[in-house]
Design a protein around this ligand. Structure first.
Ligand SMILES: [Zn+2]
Length: 68
């Protein structure tokens, strides 16, 4: 019998500074990994500081620094 698959489920939460919506950036953007210049869990690097994010609730655009 083959081993069961175990799937990593990485989330990247932030809070919108405008409407205070707390959301997962990865799940809110279908193309999150398409143009990604960073790897999973990467943080404190040039590519993960000041990343543009759009709030799925109010559309406010702001920048985030990834943290792990
Ligand atoms: Zn918002």
């Amino acid at each position: 019998m083959a081993n069961q698959e175990a799937v990593w489920d990485i989330t990247l939460h932030t809070e919108c500074p405008s409407c205070e919506e707390y959301f997962d950036i990865i799940k809110s953007q279908d193309d999150f990994w398409v143009d990604a210049r960073f790897g999973a869990c990467e943080h404190s690097t040039k590519a993960t500081i000041g990343v543009d994010v759009e709030c799925p609730e109010c559309g406010h655009e702001f920048k985030v620094d990834f943290s792990y």
